[in-house]
Write a protein that binds this ligand. Structure first.
Ligand code: IFM
Length: 460
């Protein structure tokens, strides 16, 4: 384990902010209210066998109706910022064309209530809930046209909310949306095609570039970035083959986005190996993707391991971070969260090192970091000491990185509330705040009280 005291004396930059994050589909509920159109996730969750225990997000945390209570809780926790996502199907029920004013009004009220509470809003414009019509009509991000539809939607949102929201995140985790949704098929829309994965990847990055341009043309004081999930890939043994698999895995999971955004090209070996599937790159695409942004959002949870497997088509590698299916546990001196993800704060150090040394040291917000554990509510309390230990270890590496030159502007815990964890349904709880899904009662976990202490003292 990282010695949390080793970095304690370093003071955080004065403008470093603390927040918590959520996303629309995971917490809002109210999927059929006030003119919201269906999304690919509504359709996916309705299919048998897609989501653990058959859960869906029709009600989720009912945040749509309870946002004021949730903002009060944020205030109690001393949050300085809140990262939420705007649901495209609430703003444009069919993805293009007519605008649903009631949807915009919801985010407008949420924004006002945050500002009133002294909490800075950070809005993500796409966190995977693609309008179903866009998917049905042209395949979502498999199609290039969706980039323009996305930019039009972004323009609508920023024109209305840009007077109050100054921090925009274009996309959340484009690699995960492309890969889980289009290659592995365990997320909406549920495809299993390498070509679809790569198209969804390239088109999301193009959509990001277009959105940055659009936001800048509307509001020159806005700060814009993209959020990437960065996951160091380690070799599962010392063999040369496994070392190669790890390097290749890093190209696939991390450098595919970073290299496109910051170096104007995709990793060469990756592109060569997957050349049969690589989408057409048109003149100007890479320049558009590389449109300078103000910061990069980093989501980091864990490291993964790669093994060489000659029989896996094209990739020749098996990459996995989940070593235990359903339980937090300890093994061989290592410990794992309820997602089966190894707790290894070095990963946070490594992703920040990579950005600093290999990608020109951009300004960074840690836009997600956190862990699911098997929480129990006893006498109105949740003693989630493992989550606190997780946060302490990872946050120590954030402080460490600040001390050696990383330009980290803030940190958002994932998540504010227990919520709908995609294919895992509600069983995995990531929240600082416990949600009783029967009654919708919220309870601050011990980790929320600890986080509030951290925000007050700004040191571990
Ligand atoms: O819940 C997700 C979130 O939507 C995207 N980043 C990872 C989180 C935990 O799996």
């Amino acid at each position: 384990m990282t010695d949390i005291n080793a970095f304690a004396p370093i003071t955080l930059p004065e403008d470093f902010i603390f927040g918590a994050a959520t996303s629309a589909f995971q917490i809002e509920g109210a999927v059929n209210e006030d003119g919201r159109g269906p999304s690919i996730w509504d359709e996916f969750t309705a299919k048998k066998g897609r989501i653990r225990s058959g859960h869906n997000a029709v009600t989720a945390c009912d945040h749509y109706h309870r946002f004021e209570t949730d903002v009060d809780l944020m205030k109690r926790m001393r949050l300085q910022a809140y990262r939420f996502s705007v649901a495209w199907p609430r703003i444009m029920p069919t993805g293009t064309g007519s605008v649903n004013m009631a949807g915009l009004d919801f985010y407008s009220r949420l924004t006002d209530s945050l500002l009133e509470a002294g909490i800075e809003p950070f809005a993500t414009l796409f966190h995977w809930d693609m309008p179903l019509s866009i998917y049905q009509n042209n395949g979502g991000f498999i199609s290039r046209d969706t980039c323009d539809y996305f930019a039009d939607y972004v323009e609508v949102v920023v024109k209305v909310l840009g007077d109050r929201i100054k921090n925009w995140i274009t996309l959340n985790e484009p690699f995960e949306h492309a890969c889980f949704g289009h290659l592995l098929g365990n997320h909406a829309p549920g495809h299993h095609r390498m070509g679809h994965f790569l198209k969804a990847m390239h088109h999301q990055l193009l959509a990001h570039g277009k959105a940055v341009e659009r936001i800048r043309s509307i509001s020159d004081e806005s700060k814009v970035g993209i959020t990437l999930s960065l996951t160091p890939i380690l070799p599962s043994s010392d063999s040369a083959n496994d070392k190669w698999a790890a390097e290749f895995g890093n190209q696939l999971l991390n450098h595919i986005t970073l290299s496109a955004l910051y170096k104007g090209r995709y990793p060469e070996e990756l592109q060569q190996r997957l050349r049969w599937f690589w989408p057409k790159i048109e003149d100007g695409d890479m320049a558009l993707i590389g449109t300078p942004s103000d910061f990069v959002g980093v989501n980091h949870y864990n490291c993964e391991y790669a093994s060489h497997r000659w029989y896996i088509p094209f990739l020749k590698s098996w990459i996995s971070g989940a070593n235990a299916a359903d339980a937090e546990y300890e093994q061989g001196g290592k410990w794992y969260t309820a997602m089966g993800w190894e707790v290894n704060p070095w990963g946070m150090y490594e992703v920040l090192r990579m950005l600093r040394e290999d990608y020109g040291n951009p300004e960074v917000y840690i836009t997600e970091n956190g862990a699911a554990f098997e929480d129990t509510l006893v006498n109105g309390e949740v003693n989630d000491s493992k989550r606190i230990e997780y946060f302490q270890g990872y946050f120590a590496e954030v402080i460490h990185a600040c001390g050696i030159g990383s330009k980290i502007k803030g940190y958002f815990a994932w998540s504010l509330l227990d919520n709908f964890e995609w294919a895992e349904g509600y069983e995995k709880r990531f929240g600082l705040i416990h949600v009783d899904y029967e009654t919708q009662k919220r309870t601050l976990k011990d980790s929320a009280l600890w986080y509030s202490w951290l925000i007050k003292h700004r040191t571990l």
